[in-house]
Design a protein around this ligand. Structure first.
Ligand code: COI
Length: 347
């Protein structure tokens, strides 16, 4: 792998107390091209613009996928990567579905390790900080025929982060627009899924909601996800989350919370959850918690859910599951406790 180091690090100019999510990028990036049916040697170089012709396929048809992963620093200043193999596998599942060539394991992991070694100072060893890692692949063929490209670019960039949301969030149940359909691409991280969500989200934001709750596209009856997160409800003492399907993205944080909840002895159900079940639970004072999970947000509590014009307030718990599970997750991520699940990889 070729490595070109920057001679002019930007780190001293960064205000680490003010990090809007995904706005500040670390000094280096990885770039790797696919041509003549093979992935070529990757290069790590200073973070900077990429050039492309206006006829580049991705600009027209959106043949593009990405991942979101996080690295944390423990008290010994060592980098701990959280479950990167899961993201690697999901990136290649996304690749297959969007007719993109799969990225080989050595390119992904060796490139990632070199990049993180080079930019490790961008990850602060303080509570709340992490380095968000964004691998992505797009079609770089200069060809506007409406079919899969034959040249691709794989890149990794990283961005230092603190919190995605600063407090509990307000959600609204979306009953007109859909994020994903059966047989579609909702279960993979296709760039276009996010583009399609911006308009409904903007409308929800303009009405004072933080995010929408996506429902099934056929009947808008069953809950699927919220914003870019998986969603969880505590009804009585039970924790319930929608079971995975081809219209729900299987989050790595979702999977981790599921395992942690089971380990805590919490009764967990993965199944269909209808909007009416949530309304009924709320009316009967049984909707005790709701929260979202995702790599970027970690675990975030929901304080209200609105359906049409009715707002359901979620009562504050003394010992919420969301806090317990978030603490257990973050203790592992920051290396504060033994990682009995073997989730972290030291770099
Ligand atoms: C993540 O949690 O990594 C996401 O995918 C959210 C991102 C689109 C901001």
């Amino acid at each position: 792998m070729k490595i070109v180091k920057t001679s002019d690090s930007r780190i001293s100019s960064i205000d680490f107390s003010n990090l809007p999510f995904g706005r500040i990028f670390s000094d280096h990036m990885l770039e790797c091209h696919y041509k003549d049916e093979e992935w070529l040697e990757p290069i790590i170089k200073p973070y900077g613009p990429i050039s492309m012709y206006p006829g580049t396929q991705v600009l027209h048809y959106g043949q593009s996928i990405f991942e979101g992963m996080k690295v944390f620093k423990n008290r010994d200043n060592e980098l701990l990567f959280f479950r990167p193999k899961e993201n690697f596998k999901r990136l290649n599942r996304s690749a297959i579905r969007l007719s993109i060539p799969e990225i080989p394991e050595e390119i992904f992991f060796n490139g990632m390790k070199e990049l993180l070694r080079l930019d490790h100072v961008w990850c602060k060893a303080e509570d709340g900080y992490s380095l968000y890692v964004r691998p992505f692949i797009y079609s770089s063929s200069e060809w506007i025929k409406a079919s899969a490209g034959d040249e691709f670019t794989f890149m990794i960039i990283t961005t230092p982060t603190i919190n995605y949301y600063t407090g509990a969030i307000d959600l609204v149940i979306e009953q007109n627009f859909s994020r994903a359909t059966r047989g579609g691409v909702g279960h993979i991280k296709a760039a276009g899924n996010y583009a399609a969500s911006f308009y409904p989200t903007k409308i929800a934001n303009s009405k004072g909601f933080t995010q929408v709750i996506w429902t099934d596209s056929k009947e808008h009856k069953y809950i699927e996800e919220s914003g870019t997160m998986n969603i969880w409800f505590r009804i009585g003492d039970k924790l319930i989350t929608p079971s995975l399907s081809d219209s729900i993205l299987g989050g790595v944080t979702r999977d981790s919370i599921l395992e942690l909840a089971i380990d805590e002895g919490i009764e967990v159900e993965e199944r269909d959850i209808s909007v009416s079940e949530i309304v009924e639970a709320s009316n009967n004072n049984l909707l005790l918690e709701a929260f979202g999970t995702g790599t970027a947000v970690s675990v975030v509590a929901v304080q209200s859910i609105t359906l049409n014009n009715d707002k359901m307030f979620i009562p504050q718990q003394l010992n919420p599951y969301s806090m317990l599970l978030k603490k257990r997750l973050q203790d592992i991520q920051y290396g504060r406790v033994d990682d009995n699940f073997n989730w972290t990889i030291k770099i």
